[in-house]
Design a protein around this ligand. Structure first.
Ligand code: GLC
Length: 728
């Protein structure tokens, strides 16, 4: 009892101390100094937006820039921090932010790839590793996790998120937040997380970057908000407002988003930063006559920090003097920023993150690289395999495609401080494993363009081998920010070459490098096996080789639907039934296309293994439950193949009758199990009122009485069914 009392007292004193130090500072600060704390500029070490700004060191020295992005290394950030601490009147430390979204120097697969692992523990570990490496290089804050749900494969940033599902996206957002922030933000090996891009940035009309987003509040709440909320509830200390408008209001100045939902409903008390020049862009959106007015609107909506618009820097003082905004509002924004600096321990030791010894000793360590290898192996999704994989060691293999020998591609977009010259290429990793004499290589063709001059050599190589590994896909720059595509085909003449090689009649395995779902109808006909490897990171070459030769068993499951063609988009697993579901093929007046099926080529949750799994029947602890109750759904899963494997058991529900239409199935649980050959295990899920809760007709959130379908299985389109009921 005494211990608890002491802990409570200490905590209260610590919080009081933090607030008193921040309060004391706010009372001391001039208006100019306060405006400086609300301002973030970029260094010139990397470009992540449309504009640069010279003279940021002078701004730091004059106390007019209190936060910096895109600066790193312990020595460089120490130099800048010394300016802020030693040469400004109050010595308030700088806050250094950077896009560490899938690793800092050790680069993991792109986030869509990591989502395909469904391994939230390992994803959390990758975030922790990223924090260890980034925090030693002077970085306090990462602009991650990216929590944007997306069902839009044309959009380049679908590569940066966790795919189409709000439940999976929420679990991953929580895991990454915990990985970055740990249990103590003042720990020098942890960094502040940033929930971005708030909100619904992943739904741009026509998949065109930065385009209009418009959806009902219900759809927003049900399918787009959960991962943001999960990251906030996991303790993320910062949020980034998104570029897009939502319901006619730019998110940067949306009081509904930034105050009513984020702060009032979810209880968020951290800082909100605009995205790069997001405040200025409100003049293009047409809701602010100029950047000055935009700045006032953003502050009043609940935004705190201006990334790169220089809106507060140039105009806020005048707005305050003209009474256009209250000092109270400005002070609250300053407090939120100073509190994060305080929580990071920057006032106690501004240089605790500039640790050259740690930077040298804890970067790209064997342990970190081992984590990257495991993550890359777990991220790959085996979409098709007709006896082609795994390849027997010693087989004469023709490796074809420039991407097979271009390891710089494997780091993908947002590669932070990753070194593109470090990774071993897929080609060299195969040579290492299979013996150089058993490998013949031909460039074939590039990942874009119409150059067919390498076709003949590629066909010769294929003829000389027992089987072919063809590495095709997109250039990594074709996904990420400002990289929307008008189609989702495999670019250039890669598929044409694949079809010619396939016509030789030899086994062909395709390794696909892409940052989005691609339309693979032709490729699925031509290749005997397709392994989606995304952009697999620093250890991608070895990981792909281990998977091709069976040293690792593929376990990835699609976190996003792969449509048959762009014409199906948007297509995802939580579709609604409509009033005319397509139950009678050939019958005209039902919801279908004249020329293609409704079903995607590869469904959400799909992915093959080198072993096989069989599911028993679903058993329920009871057929119904009430408001204070729950039931347990169990199912036996058996590994019926001849090698160990990992199965991700997925649980979906369907509400048969409700006050609003409900998806035909929604992911509401998953569990990953590792089974030896022949081993069986029973997996159980608890179903309670939260499992079946949704945004009801009156826009309250909760369950409704009724009958439910329950689906448990290997993929959204491969499940065993049961049913249960709920009584209020
Ligand atoms: C970019 C991105 C955002 C990133 C920021 C800083 O425009 O939209 O994701 O964190 O600017 O680089």
């Amino acid at each position: 009892m005494k211990k608890t009392l002491l802990l409570i007292t200490t905590t209260i004193l610590a919080v009081a101390c933090t607030q008193s130090r921040v309060e004391k500072l706010v009372r001391q600060m001039t208006v100019d100094e306060k405006i400086g704390q609300l301002t973030m500029f970029t260094s010139d070490w990397s470009v992540t937006g449309p504009s640069m700004r010279p003279g940021f060191e002078k701004d730091i020295r004059e106390g007019r820039c209190g936060n910096l992005l895109n600066a790193y290394t312990a020595s460089y950030n120490r130099k800048l921090q010394e300016i802020a601490v030693n040469e400004t009147r109050l010595g308030i430390p700088l806050l250094f932010g950077y896009d560490v979204i899938h690793g800092f120097r050790t680069i993991f697969p792109i986030n869509l790839g990591m989502a395909a692992s469904w391994d939230t523990e390992l994803i959390q570990e990758t975030a922790r590793v990223a924090a260890v490496e980034a925090s030693a290089a002077g970085i306090h804050w990462t602009f991650s996790p990216m929590c944007d749900v997306s069902v839009e494969p044309r959009w380049g940033r679908v590569s940066e998120g966790s795919g189409e599902d709000p439940f999976l996206g929420s679990r991953i957002a929580e895991a990454m937040t915990r990985g970055y922030q740990g249990d103590d933000l003042a720990d020098p090996a942890t960094i502040a997380a940033c929930v971005k891009h708030f909100a619904a940035y992943g739904a741009p009309q026509a998949g065109r970057e930065y385009n209009t987003v418009d959806m009902s509040e219900r759809w927003l709440r049900e399918f787009y908000m959960p991962p943001y909320e999960a990251a906030v509830k996991a303790g993320a200390r910062t949020v980034m407002a998104s570029f897009n408008e939502l319901d006619g209001v730019p998110a940067t100045a949306s009081h509904h988003l930034l105050t009513e939902i984020l702060r009032d409903e979810w209880g968020f008390d951290g800082l909100v930063v605009s995205d790069y020049t997001g405040i200025m862009e409100m003049t293009f959106h047409g809701t602010a006559r100029d950047t000055c007015q935009a700045g006032v609107q953003a502050l009043e909506a609940g935004l705190d920090m201006d990334m790169m618009s220089a809106a507060f820097y140039n105009y806020l003082k005048g707005s305050i003097e003209r009474g256009e905004i209250k000092m109270k509002t400005v002070d609250e924004a300053v407090r939120r920023i100073l509190r994060v600096k305080e929580e990071l321990g920057l006032f106690d030791d501004p240089y605790r993150y500039c640790d050259e010894q740690r930077e040298a000793s804890q970067t790209m360590t064997p342990e970190h690289l081992a984590t990257a290898l495991k993550m890359a192996e777990e991220s790959a999704v085996l979409l098709k395999n007709e006896g082609v994989l795994p390849i027997k060691k010693g087989t004469k293999v023709a490796v074809i495609g420039t991407l097979a020998d271009d390891p710089n591609q494997y780091l993908g977009s947002w590669r932070a401080a990753g070194d593109g010259s470090y990774p071993q290429s897929i080609l060299y990793a195969i040579m290492d494993y299979n013996g150089e004499k058993n490998v013949v290589y031909a460039k074939g063709c590039r990942q874009f363009g119409e150059d067919r001059s390498g076709f003949a050599e590629a066909l010769r190589a294929a003829r000389s081998a027992e089987m072919v590994v063809m590495v095709i896909g997109e250039d990594y720059s074709w996904s990420g920010e400002a990289a929307s595509r008008s189609n989702i085909d495999v670019p250039g003449v890669q598929t044409e070459l694949l079809e010619k090689i396939a016509a030789l009649g030899k086994p062909v395995a395709v390794v696909l490098l892409s940052g989005r779902p691609l339309a693979l109808e032709r490729e699925s006909k031509a290749a005997g096996a397709i392994l989606e490897a995304w952009y697999p990171g620093t250890m991608g070459g070895k990981a792909v080789t281990n998977l091709l030769f069976g040293e690792a068993n593929p376990q990835g499951r699609l976190p996003v639907t792969f449509p048959l063609c762009l014409g199906q988009v948007p297509v995802y697993h939580y579709m609604k039934n409509t009033g005319r579901p397509y139950l009678h093929p050939g019958f005209k007046y039902e919801s279908h296309y004249l020329d293609i099926p409704n079903e995607p080529l590869y469904a959400f949750g799909e992915g093959l293994s080198y072993t096989s799994f069989e599911y028993g029947e679903v058993s329920l602890s009871a057929d119904s439950f009430g408001a204070k109750g729950s039931i347990t759904a169990s199912i036996e899963v058996r590994n019926t193949g001849d090698r160990a494997g990992v199965e991700t058991v997925q649980m979906y529900i369907h509400d048969r009758l409700a006050s609003v239409t409900r998806p035909v199935r929604q992911l509401k649980g998953f569990e990953q199990i590792s089974l030896q050959a022949g081993e069986a295990r029973t997996v159980s899920f608890t179903i309670d009122p939260e499992t079946i809760s949704f945004w009801r007709r009156d826009m309250t959130y909760g369950p409704e009485a009724g009958e439910f379908d329950l689906y448990i299985g290997h993929a959204s389109n491969d499940t065993k069914a049961a049913s249960f009921s709920y009584e209020d």
